[in-house]
Design a protein around this ligand. Structure first.
Ligand SMILES: C[S@@+](CC[C@H](N)C(=O)[O-])C[C@H]1O[C@@H](n2cnc3c(N)ncnc32)[C@H](O)[C@@H]1O
Length: 415
């Protein structure tokens, strides 16, 4: 029996609304559970992520189609239907029939009536949306739009919102420790090299499973490489990657060390360590050890002044990667940003104790908030005259056309 992907998308959206599970996890678990084909997985991904990305706009249209309360199950079917009709450009009959059939019998009549009304009123509703404030038209929470408008001005904020609304292509990098992967990847007609980023490629949907399993590639955005480039890891060094899971940057660091030296990868979340371990093994890294550690606590004596270089890829608000992490804009609050800066400061303070004199400390986030980035680093430097800010980079998605990211290189005076 074939699976109705619209039904999976509506069910996943309803589960997502409960607020505990990431959209990508829902796509993965439904695809695995129902053993869906690659094409169907891509469709489910496009529907679920598209509905979450455009949630506010879709709900605006729903409010125009029907006065009064709509229960969450009906709303989720309507979002999936409207997304196909107004934003995905699927043929009307397919979008309506499949969406109506995906619903349970008791609510099919209502969904059918509202989606047919949406077809009749398409031009009016679309132009009504065009006259709405950007927070509705480009589906972001008001507080975030206000915050960015204050930081970056209206034009840059609109650009950023527009960037966040585009579905992202998957990007991956070659693993230099398995150099034979290059010719395999370059021979494929399903991938394209990424301009300005040697060793990075894009693909629509997921790259072939065997490339991932054999450790030929790692799915990653080019913006993530700046912090590792600032570190310039060297063969034979002793390096700490303090917030390491799932291991994207650890595997890059180990490759630049040419698998010689020692790399300690820690993370406070024990549940993320097995995946980190698998990624290190898959990519052929044999200089790394993993350990659970929460860097908001003072580190054990055995690590004091032990590392030539330390990467702190700290937990952050994710405001630079909202195009990919469609959940983030709806789940983050302004209070969360302030709370997370306290964690970032604590991690920075405790990790510094583990840096050798003359060592390099790299602080990085995938945030575009000055509060988590340059302001935090400059405040930290005021209390630490032994540190020098050698370089900092803030990458903005809409101008650099990659994920947003921040990285600062701090060097510690030799004794
Ligand atoms: C941005 S992710 C790291 C991504 C990773 N560097 C990579 O490239 O794949 C942040 C990580 O920090 C971990 N983390 C959060 N709070 C932490 C803490 N107090 N101490 C250590 N790790 C922490 C999270 O579990 C998460 O895995």
């Amino acid at each position: 029996m074939s699976i109705n992907i619209r039904r999976l998308a509506s069910e996943a959206l309803e589960e997502w609304e409960e607020g505990f599970v990431y959209a990508e996890t829902l796509v993965d678990s439904a695809s695995r559970h129902y053993k869906v084909s690659r094409e169907d997985r891509n469709l489910l991904n496009a529907l679920l992520l598209g509905c979450i990305r455009n949630k506010r706009l879709l709900d605006f249209w729903i409010s125009q189609l029907r006065d009064g309360k709509i229960d969450m199950q009906v709303r989720c079917h309507l979002r999936v239907g409207l997304f196909q009709l107004y934003l995905m450009g699927l043929p009307d009959h397919a979008a309506v029939n499949e969406t109506v059939n995906s619903a349970r019998k008791g609510i099919r009549g209502l969904i059918n009536a509202l989606l047919r009304k949406a077809i009749r009123e398409r031009d009016t509703l679309k132009s009504l949306a065009d006259s709405q404030p950007i927070a509705i038209r480009l589906s972001h929470p008001d507080w975030l739009v206000d915050r960015w408008t204050q930081q970056y001005g209206e034009a840059a904020t609109t650009q950023l919102l527009e960037w966040n609304q585009q579905p992202s292509l998957t990007t991956f990098r070659l693993n230099p420790l398995k150099p034979h992967g290059r010719s395999i990847v370059e021979l494929s007609n399903k991938v394209k090299p990424l301009a300005d980023h040697p060793d990075f490629f894009t693909t629509n949907g997921l790259p072939p499973r065997e490339w991932i399993d054999e450790g030929l590639i790692y799915i990653q955005d080019p913006a993530t490489t700046h912090s590792v480039e600032l570190m310039q890891p060297r063969n034979g060094e002793s390096i700490l990657d303090a917030c390491a899971a799932p291991g994207g940057k650890s595997t890059q660091i180990a490759a630049l060390m040419q698998n010689a030296g020692s790399l300690l990868c820690t993370d406070s979340n024990a549940k993320r360590l097995p995946r980190l371990q698998r990624n290190l093994e898959r990519l052929g890294i044999n200089i790394a050890t993993t350990e659970e550690w929460d860097w908001t606590c003072p580190p054990p004596e055995k690590w004091h002044q032990q590392f030539d270089a330390i990467l702190l890829d700290v937990p952050c608000s994710n405001t630079g990667v909202m195009r990919k992490r469609v959940d983030a804009r709806w789940r983050m609050t302004p209070e969360n940003i302030t709370e997370i800066t306290h964690i970032q400061q604590a991690i920075l303070k405790h990790a510094l104790a583990c840096l050798k004199p003359g060592g390099r400390l790299i602080y990085s986030t995938c945030s575009i908030e000055a509060e988590e980035n340059t302001k935090l680093i400059h405040t930290f430097l005021e209390d630490h005259p032994e540190l020098t800010l050698a370089e900092e980079q803030q990458i903005h998605p809409a101008t650099h056309h990659t994920d947003g990211a921040y990285a600062a290189l701090l060097t510690r005076q030799s004794r």
